[in-house]
Write a protein that binds this ligand. Sequence first.
Ligand code: AQP
Length: 330
Amino acid sequence: MSRIFSGVQPTGDLHLGNYLGAIRNWVRLQDDYECLFCVVDMHAITNWQDPAELRANTREVAAAMMASGIDPKRNIIFNQSRVPAHAELAWILNCVARLGWLNRMTQFKEKAGKNRENASVGLFAYPVLMAADILLYKATHVPVGEDQKQHLELTRDIAQKFNNDFKKELFPVVEPLIFGAGTRVMSLRDGTNKMSKSDPSQQSRITMTDDADAIARKVRKAKTDPDVLPGSPTGFAGRPEAANLMGIYAALSDTDISQVCQDFGGQQFSAFKQSLADLAVAKLAPIQDEMRRLMDDPAYVEGVLADGAKKAQAMAAPILAEVRETVGFL
Ligand code: AQP
């Protein structure tokens, strides 16, 4: 059976982009793949995190995964820092990856911003840790959004160089799994920026913990343009906000964007926004109820993470041993 590794950073409130672009798709994968779903807390600390919030966010991400339908009995759900093999393999792969490769990573440039000299070494080496996450389990497939494609290419380069350097086909070639509708949810305040946990504006995102009032308010205030909604996707040219809101509707209702255009084309944004808010509330409410129930039982959530870590550790151990032997560690 093919094996999948996927991660979410516990860096803040999960939002609709994380749900529609990642977690919801993972739920669908669990029937066809052996899956490891990881709360990547070691990635999170590449930017400073408040320790208490990091712990709470780690539990929240695990709760969101389970509340969305990921079954902890059939899949491995764990937090990365509980399996030290991630850090160990990352170091070995740091010695395989080339500085020039990392210098080309666009996400580092975006996240480091103008103050590059002040970014952590961890933020720069982030893609190597991601390669280690995947290769530690010899994962064959990784579900990725557009923004992570470059990092996955790097994982393939690192794996190939390792195999070449040591003349051994140790690591498999990892394939991306790219999803269709809802892969990229954009900010409600600016349809050209992606919805993100770290956007300073709360209004830019619908979070997995927003109540019905907050969802309705954020959708009502979402940026739009003065025209009526287009009757077909060709009408999205130069209208990123219309494309985003109608795309969210299509993803939430599991319909084609063309169908949404047919149903709402010619209408004012105000009427459509009411339907979108109602749909978002209806889809998120059962997940939120279950999330709240799980968050009220932190011992259960931590038990799932600890149990998952044990299974992950057992899966990683022979692969790491093979790597250590190959590299020449006694
Ligand atoms: N806006 C988005 N649309 C679709 N998918 C998204 N993902 C994130 N934002 C969107 C997907 O969610 C998964 C987990 O992402 P992550 O937590 O590892 O970090 P990220 O991609 O950097 O997400 P954020 O929310 O923007 O966090 P911050 O602000 O901390 O950087 C990934 O599969 C990602 O593609």
